[in-house]
Design a protein around this ligand. Structure first.
Ligand SMILES: NC(=O)c1ccc[n+]([C@@H]2O[C@H](COP(=O)([O-])OP(=O)(O)OC[C@H]3O[C@@H](n4cnc5c(N)ncnc54)[C@H](OP(=O)(O)O)[C@@H]3O)[C@@H](O)[C@H]2O)c1
Length: 212
């Protein structure tokens, strides 16, 4: 089934997900703060990825629009924002526009203010996924994290099934449903070990696989 999808986020994660979703035949809009300013960037990002305009030139079918306009008339919203921007951006869009849509949330609650490696600004007894769900009770938040094994957490089983189907269409065959949105705590707290592995392996091209 072809879906109308808004990807909030112009970074490498937003670009990768928007590109793959478009390849799979979905109709995709990407949201940003300011379209002109994002398109005028010429420098690569901190990870050396090309500026958004370069990606957009190779994906002309993807419309770049403001965050608030991106979510209009879509079936699924993907949160590919920085963790700290996630709640403020969703609040600026407003509960009325978000309504009871499915939010596929891949954001991590990273705090880089104290240097590297970053810490988590929420953990142990709460998670970013839960904060978003509490702020927008009608939104069907499904946290999805990982690559070889993808963990999903969410309160709405129909939304989780829709997200699982989408993830499986990406080629992720090992999708583990951890339970309700509070199980996002465990997934988000994988970040500290992931960051140490990145430092040790000197690459971001790896991920977790659960071996039964
Ligand atoms: N689940 C996973 O497996 C996985 C893997 C890797 C990364 N991640 C997570 O995916 C997310 C995206 O990562 P990324 O590296 O592609 O991008 P990023 O640099 O973390 O975030 C870029 C996006 O955040 C927006 N943003 C940043 N600061 C903002 C602010 N103050 N106000 C409003 N918007 C702001 C930017 O808006 P503009 O477009 O206006 O610049 C941009 O769209 C992160 O949360 C990251 O931790 C998840």
């Amino acid at each position: 089934m072809n879906l109308k999808i808004a990807v909030l986020g112009t970074g490498s994660v937003g670009q990768t997900l928007a590109g793959r979703l478009t390849e799979l035949g979905h109709s995709v809009k990407v949201g940003t703060r300011d379209v002109a300013s994002t398109m005028s960037r010429t420098e690569p990002d901190a990870m050396g990825n090309a500026p958004f305009a370069t990606w957009e030139a190779a994906h002309v079918e993807v419309q770049l629009t403001t965050f608030a306009d991106a979510v209009v008339d879509v079936d699924v919203i993907v949160n590919a924002l920085s963790g700290s921007a996630s709640l403020p951006v969703l609040q600026s869009i407003g509960a009325q526009r978000l309504a009871d849509k499915i939010l596929l949330d891949v954001a991590n609650p990273l705090d880089s203010s104290k240097g590297s490696p970053p810490t988590l600004f929420v953990k142990d007894d709460d998670s970013l996924g839960e904060q978003i769900q509490r702020a927008f009770p009608d939104l069907k938040v499904v946290l999805a994290d990982g690559d070889h094994t993808v963990f999903v957490s969410g309160n709405d089983s129909t939304a989780k099934q829709a997200v699982t189907t989408l993830l499986e269409s990406f080629g992720h065959t090992d999708v583990i449903d951890l339970g309700d949105i509070s199980t996002a705590r465990g997934t988000e707290m994988l970040l500290p070990i992931w960051l140490r592995l990145m430092g040790s392996l000197n690459t971001v091209m790896f991920n977790f696989k659960v071996v039964r």
